[in-house]
Design a protein. Sequence first.
Length: 109
Amino acid sequence: MPSIFVFNQNNSGGYCIVDNDIAEVVAIVANDEDYANIYAEELGMFDLPYCKCCGRRFDNSPYEYNYDVYGISAREISSWGDTFRGHYNGTVYTNADSFVAAVLEFAAY
Ligand SMILES: [Zn+2]
């Protein structure tokens, strides 16, 4: 059963980088943490420019949410709104509600 791995961006230099794939919160659905980190690396998340005093933007120890999205996880993830990019099954979701809806649809089977 996959999990939702959540990476929070450190606002290095006083700002966050936001683009098609990356925002303040990046969630990646993956089978384990190693795979989530490989995906994050492919997105370039570990190579982003950063301020030396503030440190890197992302580290490779994401928070793992249990795939039981019927419970607390879904409500918490939904609250992240649009500061969010969710990567699930080859699609990028720019809104946390849409992401949760897609994951719920899958989990219903
Ligand atoms: Zn700094």
